[in-house]
Design a binder for this molecule. Structure first.
Ligand SMILES: Nc1ncnc2c1ncn2[C@@H]1O[C@H](COP(=O)(O)OP(=O)(O)OP(=O)(O)O)[C@@H](O)[C@H]1O
Ligand SMILES: [Mg+2]
Length: 330
C-alpha cells in the first residue's frame, strides 16, 4: 500500500451470514451474502471517485465499511496510511471529523425539530470546534445557500434540493478531507440533481475535498468523477479514468452500461443495448465470473473467477477476455 493515498482498501470483504438455524451455524453451514468481495480501491487527495452498479451490488455496504459502521470480514482499510482496525477512541474521533457522509434521502436526513443553525452547530459541538458562527456561515455559503435566508429555517420550510444542500453544508462544517456521498441526488428532480452534482464537483476543486460518489446511474457519475469503478455483485469489475471508461469500456457489463446512456444527438446511430436479465442470487456465489449468466461474451473459462488485470497502468478489468490467451484456451 502507498503512504500518500488519503484512503485505501485492500481485498476488503463483507459477508453477511444468513443463518438458517442454530445447528447450521454450529456446523458452519451458514449461507452468506458476499456483499463486498475483494475490493481494492485508492482515493487520493482532491480526487472524485465514482462507484457505480445496480441495486444490491454492495455500494452502501462498501461505504458503511469505509466509515467503520461494519466490521470487515477480511481485508483492510487505511486512512492517511493508518489502519482503521488499529484505531483507538481518539483516532476514531479525528476520523469522524475528517470523513463525512451524505445520504440518499434528503427528506429524512435532517432532524425535523432542528433549525439549519442547530443542525450545523451539532457536529461542531461534538468535535469541540470553536468559531461556530463563522464556520456555519462559511459551510452554508460553500453549499450555495445564503446564511441570512436559511439559518433559522426548519427542514419543513426547505425544498428537497435545499435540504440536500443543508446536508452537504452539515458535512462540510467540520472541514473534512473526504465526503462519502450515497446517491445524493437520486431522489431529486433532474434539474436539482444537476445543481447538487455540480456543487459537489466545485467543492472538490475549490476546497480540495476528496469525494466517493455512489450511484446506479453512469450518466450522472460521468459528469463529476475523475475515476469510475464499476461494481457487480460485490466485486469491482472495472476501474478507469472517467473518459477512458466511457469511451473504451472493456468489461462487457461496463460496455452495456455505457451503451444504455441516453444519447443527446438523435443522428448518432450507436446501438442502444440493455443488460438483459437480473443479477444471480447473491447468496453463496462461489467460483466464477459473477456476470457470466448475463454476458454476451461468455466462454467456458468464465466458470473460473477472473483475475483483475491491467490493460494499462491506469485501467483495470476483471474479465477473461483480457487474460493472456493460453489461459482462455484451457
Ligand atoms: N445487514 C445486512 N444483513 C444481511 N444482508 C445485507 C445487509 N445489508 C445489506 N445486505 C445485502 O448485501 C447486498 C448489498 O446491499 P447494499 O445495500 O450494499 O446494496 P446497494 O448497492 O447499496 O443497493 P441499492 O442501490 O439498492 O441501494 C444485498 O444483497 C443486501 O441484501
Ligand atoms: Mg444503497
Amino acid at each position: 500500500m502507498t503512504d500518500q493515498a488519503l484512503l485505501e482498501t485492500r481485498e476488503l470483504r463483507k459477508y453477511f451470514s444468513q443463518s438458517s438455524g442454530l445447528l447450521d451455524s454450529f456446523l458452519g453451514n451458514e449461507d452468506h451474502v458476499q456483499a463486498v468481495d475483494d475490493v481494492s480501491l485508492t482515493v487520493d487527495t482532491n480526487e472524485v471517485i465514482g462507484i457505480i452498479g445496480e441495486s444490491g451490488c454492495g455500494k452502501t455496504t462498501l461505504l458503511e465499511l469505509l466509515i467503520g459502521l461494519h466490521e470487515p470480514t477480511g481485508g483492510e482499510i487505511r486512512f492517511q496510511g493508518d489502519r482503521l482496525s488499529t484505531f483507538d477512541r481518539k483516532d476514531w474521533k479525528r476520523f469522524r471529523r475528517n470523513v463525512q457522509i451524505i445520504f440518499q434521502d434528503p427528506f429524512n436526513s435532517l432532524d425535523p425539530k432542528m433549525t439549519v443553525r442547530e443542525s450545523l452547530r451539532e457536529p461542531l459541538a461534538v468535535h469541540g470546534l470553536d468559531d461556530k458562527t463563522a464556520r456555519i456561515r462559511r459551510a452554508l455559503e460553500n453549499a450555495e445557500l445564503d446564511p441570512d435566508t436559511y439559518l433559522d429555517r426548519l427542514p419543513r420550510q426547505l425544498s428537497g434540493g435545499e435540504k440536500q444542500r443543508v446536508s452537504i453544508a452539515r458535512a462540510l462544517v467540520t472541514e473534512p478531507d473526504m465526503i462519502l456521498a450515497d446517491e445524493p441526488a437520486s431522489m431529486l428532480d433532474v434539474s436539482t440533481q444537476a445543481s447538487v452534482l455540480n456543487l459537489l464537483n466545485d467543492l472538490s476543486t475549490e476546497l480540495g475535498v476528496s469525494i466517493i460518489y455512489i450511484s446506479h446511474d453512469l450518466s450522472t457519475v460521468g459528469h463529476v468523477c475523475d475515476r469510475i469503478n464499476v461494481m457487480y455483485l460485490g466485486r469491482i469489475v472495472e476501474s478507469a479514468p472517467t473518459e477512458q471508461l466511457l469511451h473504451e469500456p472493456k468489461h462487457p457489463y461496463t460496455e452495456a452500461l455505457v451503451n444504455a446512456i441516453p444519447i443527446p444527438d438523435p443522428h448518432h446511430n450507436r446501438p442502444r443495448t440493455k443488460v438483459e436479465g437480473t443479477p444471480r442470487d447473491p447468496i453463496n456465489l462461489g467460483e466464477g465470473c459473477r456476470f457470466r449468466d448475463r454476458c454476451p461474451e461468455r466462454m467456458d473459462i468464465c466458470d473460473r473467477t477472473p483475475r483483475t488485470t491491467e490493460s494499462d497502468a491506469d485501467h483495470q478489468v476483471a474479465c477473461h477476455l483480457y487474460y493472456e490467451h493460453e489461459e482462455v484456451g484451457q
